[in-house]
Design a protein around this ligand. Structure first.
Ligand SMILES: [Zn+2]
Length: 380
């Protein structure tokens, strides 16, 4: 259950209480105060407690009524409180649009237990951006957080209007989704010099595609059209490739990227071996794919003379080159899957995850199945 903490139970504290009551949030309020807490007794329905009791509670969200410095220090001892003084938006929230946005964001933040860097971000937006933000009807959003986008490298706001953040939690500038931001963040961390590297991506789309295409000189990519010849040049730097048998020489690439591709392949062993073959020794395969860490890998199909037969109810995901969507062929487990990757392709794999933390929130890294795997080729 969310909780809202009011620190300071005097006149302004009561105003906050009234405001939150209007938002029908009074049932989740707790109030704390200095040594006068006994005298004050209650604000609204909330019993006022000694603020020293705050320590060690791991509070989710705090409204500081006064002396924010003091409470900030107090709470920092807990080491995990995302503290923000939001006093400035409640008093005059109807003054103008800017205040309304802040109010809405603040309201969202309370619901989501976070404030993040939204206020700072808004303070840095220009007039045009303010307008855009107003039109976004952020009060309809289920998740809003301000921070820095690892894809477009801008101070931004991440917004989702849908509870399935994995596909809907977007940067307002580049429309990136969490897994794309995860891939960029891991790429930047693991291979800071990626712009000078030979990168290949299979079935690219979205924000990472635009960033890599613009910023990496040696970026190439491929799609698979069954009706076209293998290896055919489709455009500059684009070829027609079947991941089971690519037309590239051995040891061609420094970095191979697949995002949400591996759950759609018919012959994962062949694909993993091919990716391993085309990577230079020491090169890496960075990928995302939904993984179920506590399950064993489960095949959703069986192949009979090259024909795919579903053995489980069919599930489809979006496909960059077709409207029909791609059939999900494998539900990957955690450990058995990575062992398979390593055994087949001569790799050593590591999983990068993005647990709840201020830094990850500020990079828009939230959502289900948000893992990035880095497999390093350690032998020929
Ligand atoms: Zn962005």
């Amino acid at each position: 259950m969310e909780r809202i903490i009011i620190y300071g139970a005097g006149k302004i504290g009561r105003q906050y209480y009234e405001f939150l009551k209007l938002q029908k949030m009074d049932h989740i309020i707790e109030a704390f105060c200095d040594r006068n807490y006994k005298q004050i007794g209650k604000i609204g329905m909330a019993a006022v407690k000694d603020y020293h009791k705050l320590k060690g509670k791991g509070l989710p969200f705090v409204i500081a009524v006064f002396d924010s410095q003091e409470i900030c220090e107090l709470l920092q001892d807990d080491g995990q409180v995302y503290y923000k003084d939001i006093g400035d938006w409640i008093n005059d929230y109807q003054e103008n649009d800017m205040e309304r946005i802040k109010m809405r964001l603040g309201y969202q933040k309370m619901l989501n237990l976070n404030w993040g860097g939204v206020k700072n971000t808004l303070d840095n937006l220009n007039e045009e951006m303010y307008k855009m933000v107003i039109e976004m009807e952020l009060d309809r959003a289920v998740r809003v957080y301000g921070g820095y986008c690892p894809c477009c490298k801008k101070k931004t706001i991440f917004v989702s209007y849908h509870y399935w953040l994995r596909d809907h939690y977007k940067c307002i500038f580049c429309n990136s989704i969490p897994r794309q931001r995860g891939v960029m963040k891991v790429l930047e961390k693991e291979v800071p010099e990626w712009k000078q590297m030979k990168i290949h991506e299979s079935s690219p789309c979205g924000s990472t595609f635009h960033v890599l295409k613009q910023e990496c000189k040696f970026y190439s990519y491929s799609f698979w059209h069954e009706t076209k010849p293998l290896g055919e040049r489709l455009e500059a730097n684009v070829t027609n490739q079947n991941l089971e048998k690519m037309s590239f020489e051995d040891e061609t690439f420094d970095i191979f990227i697949t995002q949400d591709v591996l759950e759609h392949v018919n012959y994962p062993e062949k694909v993993l071996a091919e990716i391993g073959r085309t990577l230079k020794t020491g090169g890496i395969h960075i990928f995302t794919t939904p993984m179920y860490p506590f399950q064993k890998t489960r095949s959703r199909i069986k192949m009979e003379q090259g024909i795919r037969k579903p053995i489980l109810p069919e599930v489809y995901h979006g496909n960059p080159i077709g409207d029909k969507g791609s059939l999900v062929t494998y539900d990957w487990g955690g450990y058995d899957f990575l062992k398979m990757v390593d055994d087949i392709s001569g790799m050593e794999s590591r999983i990068f995850e993005f647990p709840n933390s201020k830094e990850n929130f500020e990079n828009g890294l939230e959502g289900d199945f948000l893992q990035v795997v880095v497999s390093k080729k350690i032998r020929k």
